[in-house]
Design a protein around this ligand. Structure first.
Ligand code: ADP
Ligand code: 5GP
Length: 188
């Protein structure tokens, strides 16, 4: 069966860190679904690797053309979306598709594939810790940081709609837990 693994969490919870680790350790079983976004690349981010960085008009043309499974304005004026072409590419390689999407996008994907998808909610130990991690990451300017933290409080209320919740406290424990979850799901 073609399977999908959804990792969702408020920004700063550790999704990128966990998904990167899983791709490094289980890359023969997993393919990362590269989303499209209209935000600017961060230093070190490469078009086609972390994201497909599109202009807003290119993004909207793809929406019109039904190229997205789901798409959303995750932050004010910034669009993100999951491309069908990514899912088909990864399934053609006989791998499970891994998504790093926001909480609403994750639930939309789970609704589309109720049997085939495992939806994992990664939770920070507290909102204070989340703020600390986001601030330390230093990738957002002040108003973006505030927007992300405000959204986090709302997103945390959706965790009970996910199949599994993993609290990301000690990173090493989180990575081991997620690796086991993925292998169990793969072998199911
Ligand atoms: P997300 O992709 O959910 O926005 P990141 O993976 O970028 O989150 O993590 C946010 C920041 O927190 C990064 O700087 C990352 O290195 C750090 N981080 C992730 N997990 C932990 C952890 N368990 N303990 C301490 N710092 C962490
Ligand atoms: P960032 O800008 O920090 O890379 O991502 C911001 C948020 O957008 C994160 O919560 C990330 O998971 C989410 N995101 C990334 N790609 C997609 C996507 O294709 N769809 C949705 N709904 N959210 C996405």
């Amino acid at each position: 069966m073609n399977k999908l693994l959804i990792f969702s969490a408020p920004s700063g919870s550790g999704k990128t860190t966990v998904v990167k680790y899983l791709m490094e350790t289980l890359g023969d079983k997993l393919g990362f679904s590269v989303s499209a976004t209209t935000r600017a690349p961060r230093p070190g981010e490469v078009h086609g690797r972390e994201y497909y960085f599109l202009t807003e008009s290119d993004f909207r043309a793809k929406v019109e053309n039904n190229e997205f499974l789901e798409s959303e304005e995750v932050y004010a004026g910034i669009l993100y979306g999951t491309l069908w072409s990514e899912v088909h590419r990864i399934w053609a390689e006989n791998k499970m598709v891994v998504f790093d999407v926001d909480v609403k996008g994750g639930l939309n994907l789970k609704r589309k594939f109720p049997e085939q998808a495992l939806a994992v909610f990664l939770r920070p130990p507290s909102v204070e810790v989340l703020m600390e991690r986001l601030t330390k990451r230093s990738t957002e300017v002040e108003h973006q940081l505030k927007e992300r933290i405000a959204k986090a409080n709302y997103e945390l209320s959706f965790e009970n709609q996910y199949d599994v919740v993993v609290v990301n406290d000690i990173l090493e424990d989180t990575l081991q837990t997620c690796e086991k979850l993925v292998l169990d799901f793969y072998n199911k």
